[in-house]
Design a protein around this ligand. Sequence first.
Ligand code: PDD
Length: 313
Amino acid sequence: MSRIAYVNGRYLAHHAATVSIEDRGYQFGDGVYEVVPIHRGAFIDADLHLARLARSLRELEIPTPMNDTALRNVLMMVVRRNRVREGIVYLQITRGVARRDHAFPARVIPSMVVTARHGPPLPTDIDGWAASAITTPDIRWGRCDIKSVNLLPNVLAKQQARRAGVYEAILIGPDDQVMEGSSTNVWIVDHEGVLRTRRLDHHILPGCTRAALATLLAENAIPFRDDGFDLATLRRAREVFLTSATSLVKPITAIDGQPIGNGAVGSITAQLFGLFVAHARAQGEQHARAQTEQHARAQGDQHARAKAEQEAA
Ligand code: PDD
């Protein structure tokens, strides 16, 4: 089956889907994106992703191309047309096509592209899900809270990780503060057993997985601190893990070639991995139930219509 992409109002064969060479996303990285995980054909934490998308657009003064309902419909259509049950849907909105000039064009018609990709099912074996990381200086700009497609420093950091044969590069900011990963948020259980992550401000992306996990922590009365920590604290941590749409809760058992704790997946990480996977599964189940009900209603309607027609004849 060939892949289908949505581009500015049309569903096209993926290989034939293109945007203009004058698109500001291409010229300037002048656009935003979202990655929403899919499980059993359902979006995971769609509300969080759409709220962040709206915020990113607002912060960059890019007009919203359509309302939330229409946006969800397009995303779901791309997921369905690509028959993605497990994977991700990718959405990108840019400031559209204009003659190259740094300042905003007078009239903006945003460009929107949506693609979907198959991925692995939710992991069940946490040891197999664990990975390693390196650390590298954070050389990004001052508004990393906006999910901009302008990802060059993240690209360079991830390439460093790839060359080192590890999963992620953890970005270290001023005063040796741990910021986040090149495409993930970073959490630790520190040497005293305290669950910690960095506060949200302009210097890191407010991860939707981070937000969903924070809610799960509150629901389970598990306290955490979000006042950040430095590189020395990261190295001394008992447990380290990452969160993102594609990493979910991912244990990090070695950093810069040195084991974290005893080098095995920690018990708190394992617990939170379990909570998050259950949270994702619940959304998949809810979606499956809603679909079954919808199907039954449609069949019932059909049956009732047929009966009415029969009676009328
Ligand atoms: N990355 N920090 C950065 C810099 C990110 O790029 C991401 C997401 C996250 C985690 O956010 P979330 O939990 O909403 O996925 C944190 C996506 C997955 C990507 O670029 O592919």
